[in-house]
Ligand binder design. Structure first.
Ligand SMILES: [Fe+2]
Length: 285
């Protein structure tokens, strides 16, 4: 199909989605809900938990760990809306309980894959657990990083229709994310989501984590966080197993100290939010 047709179809689909009540999608085709077809896939924040070099695999399920199976798959398209083989697709997500594996050699619920000769990819995993971001839960989501030679990397997130936490989530409720909220079909007894990705380049401004330049210093008084901005919205301390240990919210100053006695000795991640930007730093206490 020609690019223009794709865009028109995608646009019609988008209008249909916005006008329909949020029930009973099953009569609609996947094409309408597949992430936008030839419309450039928009970016989302990298978030704090990306790890490079996740193992190449298509099955992310772990025997003995809880979770409802979920397949997410689709086709990667290039600038001219042709299927793109050999694009590197990296995904990462929370486990059933909403925690990320940030340190284990198993890289749980993380995987890499190259798109095949038809530009297709497929991961078999579980539904990602919702987790608290400040006082609100983030909706269930899958993180994607897609790269291919000569094409700007795309960092984005996939969301799912009907998730009650989308409306209050600043990233999922952004109009840019509308085509990345896909519906889940039960196919042969397994929840299945189609997410096509069009990597025509970087779209949107959400992925600006690198601009934050948060400084973290260990002092006698504790760990001092300094932001180049007037304030930090949130600092969360997460241990190596992904568990939230401490949360500090609505910090109305550019400097904030976590006192030495507030944390036991060890290695942690600090997840820091400024407006819609999030960054993470590893630190010792
Ligand atoms: Fe996340």
């Amino acid at each position: 199909m020609k690019r223009r047709n794709f865009i028109q179809n995608g646009f019609k689909g988008f209008v249909a989605v916005t006008l329909l009540p949020k029930v009973g999608y099953s009569f609609l085709t996947d094409e309408i809900f597949n992430g936008g077809g030839c419309i450039p896939t928009t970016a989302d924040i990298l978030g704090p938990f990306y790890r490079a070099n996740a193992p190449f695999r298509s099955d992310l399920q772990i025997v003995g760990e809880p979770g409802t199976p979920l397949i997410y798959k689709g086709t990667v398209y290039d600038l001219d809306c042709n299927p793109l083989p050999n694009a590197l697709i990296e995904v990462w997500q929370a486990n059933d309980a909403g925690a990320y594996d940030n340190s284990s050699p198993e890289y749980k619920y993380r995987g890499s894959q190259y798109s095949d000769a038809l530009g297709q990819y497929e991961f078999t995993s579980i539904h990602a657990g919702q987790y608290l971001n400040g006082s609100q839960y983030r909706p269930s989501h899958i993180h994607f990083r897609v790269t291919a030679p000569g094409i700007a990397e795309l960092i984005t997130q996939l969301y799912f229709f009907g998730d009650p936490y989308i409306a209050a989530d600043p990233w999922a409720s952004d109009p840019d994310a509308a085509l990345r909220i896909v519906h889940i079909n039960n196919v042969d007894g397994i929840d299945t989501a189609i997410f096509d990705i069009n990597i025509t380049g970087h779209v949107g401004t959400a992925n600006e984590d690198a601009d934050m330049n948060i400084e973290i210093k260990q002092t006698y008084g504790g760990i001092v966080f300094t932001s180049p901005m007037a304030k930090m919205d949130l600092i969360e301390v997460i241990d190596l197993s992904g568990r939230l240990v401490k949360g500090y919210y609505d910090i109305h100053s550019k400097e904030f100290t976590i006192g030495t006695g507030e944390l036991s000795q060890g290695t942690y991640f600090a997840r820091i939010q400024l407006g819609k930007k999030i960054t993470v730093h590893k630190f010792q206490n």
